[in-house]
Design a protein around this ligand. Structure first.
Ligand code: CA
Length: 615
């Protein structure tokens, strides 16, 4: 009898264990927190847990109302639409999930509205772009993290090299001293992929800093430190696709969460289909719905649940961390109307916030289609504060290395800028010589410092918001034909044991030192030069390899001259540039300190730029 009772007891215990094992739980709620006092009071929570879609939800939190519940074809997801009333105070919103006799409780954090000002970027800024895996390894203990698939391998150009947020934080003084004013990080959210995870463009968790870079708290500390040094920060975000290792891919929130095909189908990358008045629908569909790569499933932003998820994600990063800007990857690839609603909602919530969309086109007209306040004939409005100026970058890559002609050489700059009527405000464009996807500029010059200096003189004085790729200040090289990893090499001095150290200047070559001194001096001059930030631009038609323009306002004027001739010194005459020189007697060459006492006639050496402050 006792034996039987004992058996029975074991059986009851076993039953209890099964009940516990199958008990409902909530695995994830995203966004993981929200805020009081947002201009848009609505927030939609994605709740993930086994069969959570069959539960009802209630709350009695003062000021908070559950407006609707949205279910999908997957019972493991439930979407809760909340209204956070203006009277709601910070605290934990107790959400009661009920299904028959089963009850679950979830405490959802409602945080105080962020009080810090959002500053955004403008023409007074120069943005320093760096790749977190490749800048500096401040904490070797996080190079490999349990649960993260790809391990560090510094010998592999396309592998992880161990750079992290601490490495960036440790060298903010270097960045500040260079006289750039803000940092754009290539993405640093979790990329738990088997390979190529270092570049960050295959996000597997939208709410988590990749542990190999640090933690969300580390990022908060970094933002606070950077802001304390008056450096702005820009995050890189990707709405077009996710990494194939994203947790959604094991249990999609709905069948149409990502675009699916019977076999792998790649996008045609033809972003011109979006504005082409004669486009075939099949081409437009493939552009939008095809996958960017095998390991990058394409999100369906036309699904309102996906739209809400992505919009809230960026609002969450802005509100939680106080970042100043977002660079949005592959801007024309997702549903363009959704992207427009996103930009509108972000800038409505944070009016000064800056967004630059990566719109990678060779042509000005296609680029300008996405510009803020652009009136397009098809009625499209992007609401995007800024676009990347690829046409200008491509021009810079060729202009200095080819003979002068009606269309080539420095005429490229003249012709591109003469098309600025296409933009409501071309000064908003982010301009650059290179970035993480392009052959490094010094390599494109054929390793010529004279061309390098001319190009920097141009990009830091023409219209727009300059972006500067890490390592350009020491003329780092990298050829795209060798693979993207070569464009993103480790910054010298960022790793213990590096023989060359750009942070201290140790073992830099004379070329590297000369590049650094020139760049830092020019950046430092630009930093406080209001006439370059907000002054008007007047350009003269290039003649004989000579391109001249003025930046001016009511109080001051700067004359910029590029002499692209290989061997010939040119003479500048007041007669030709009278419109810009009128009223000025003398000038100072900013970079050399040379005084020009007679603006009536003076010379410029071959393959040289002069930036002259007029007096
Ligand atoms: Ca590390």
């Amino acid at each position: 009898m006792i034996k039987l009772l004992r058996h029975l007891a074991s059986f009851v215990l076993l039953l209890a264990f099964i009940r516990v094992a199958s008990a409902q739980k909530i695995d994830r709620v995203e966004p993981p927190s929200w805020f009081t006092g947002m201009k848009d009071p609505s927030v939609q929570l994605m709740v993930y847990g086994r069969e959570i879609g069959s539960y009802d939800v209630s709350t009695s939190y003062p000021g908070v109302t559950i407006t609707t519940l949205v279910k999908t074809d997957n019972q493991n997801y439930l979407f809760i639409n909340l209204e956070i009333g203006i009277q709601a105070l910070p605290g934990n919103i107790v959400l009661n999930f009920v299904r028959g006799k089963q009850k679950l409780i979830y405490n959802y954090p409602l945080l105080p509205h962020p009080d810090g000002p959002v500053r955004g970027f403008n023409t007074s800024d120069v943005i320093y772009l760096l790749m977190p895996d490749r800048f500096s390894n401040g904490d070797p203990s996080n190079d490999n993290v349990e649960g993260m698939l790809e391990k560090a391998d510094r010998s592999n150009p396309g592998g992880r090299h161990g750079g992290d947020l601490k490495g960036i934080s440790d060298h903010l003084d270097y960045i500040k001293d260079l006289s750039v004013t803000g940092i754009w990080f290539n993405p640093f959210l979790e990329n738990n992929q088997q390979a190529s995870s270092y570049h960050g463009y295959s996000i597997t968790d939208f709410y988590r800093v990749d542990p190999r870079y640090g933690t969300n708290e580390d990022f908060k500390t970094l933002v606070s430190k950077a802001h304390g040094m008056n450096l702005k920060l820009m995050m890189d975000m990707i709405f077009n696709h996710i990494g194939s290792g994203h947790w959604w891919m094991k249990d999609l929130p709905s069948k149409d969460w990502v675009h699916q095909f019977s076999t792998f189908t790649r996008t045609n990358y033809r972003a011109s289909t979006y504005m082409d008045p004669y486009a075939a629908k099949a081409d437009v569909d493939l552009m939008e719905k095809g996958w960017f790569d095998v390991t990058m499933p394409d999100l369906n932003q036309s699904n309102p649940l996906v739209e809400n998820y992505l919009i809230q994600n960026s609002l969450w990063w802005i509100a939680s961390f106080g970042i100043d800007g977002i660079r949005m990857d592959t801007y024309p690839y997702p549903d363009k109307n959704m992207m427009s609603r996103w930009a509108k909602r972000v800038t409505r919530e944070f009016p000064e916030f800056f967004i630059v969309g990566e719109v990678w086109y060779q042509q000005e007209a296609l680029t300008a289609y996405w510009a803020l306040n652009k009136v397009n004939t098809d009625g499209y409005r992007s609401n995007l504060p800024s676009v990347t100026d690829f046409p200008l970058s491509l021009a810079a890559g060729s202009a200095f290395n080819e003979p002068d002609s009606w269309t080539d050489g420095l005429a490229r700059f003249y012709l591109i800028l003469s098309q600025d009527f296409l933009y409501p405000d071309p000064f908003r464009n982010v301009i650059f010589l290179d970035n993480h996807d392009l052959t490094r500029f010094f390599t494109r010059t054929g390793r010529r410092l004279d061309i390098y200096k001319m190009a920097l003189s141009f990009i830091l004085t023409t219209r727009g918001i300059p972006q500067f790729y890490y390592g350009t200040e020491i003329a780092m090289e990298g050829d795209k034909s060798m693979g993207d990893g070569y464009l993103r090499q480790d910054f010298p001095g960022g790793w213990t044991g590096d023989s060359k150290n750009a942070f201290t200047g140790a073992n830099l070559s004379s070329t590297e030192k000369e590049a650094y001194v020139f760049t830092r001096k020019l950046l430092n001059w630009r930093k406080d030069k209001e006439v370059i930030h907000t002054g008007k631009l007047k350009q003269f038609i290039p003649e004989n390899n000579l391109y001249v323009y003025f930046r001016y306002n009511d109080r001051e004027s700067v004359m910029v001259i590029l002499n692209n001739s290989e061997n010939e010194t040119r003479t500048i005459t007041r007669e030709r540039y009278f419109e810009g020189l009128n009223g000025f007697a003398r000038g100072t060459d900013v970079m050399t300190g040379r005084e020009i006492n007679d603006l009536g006639s003076f010379t410029i050496s071959p393959k040289t730029a002069m930036i002259i402050e007029l007096k």
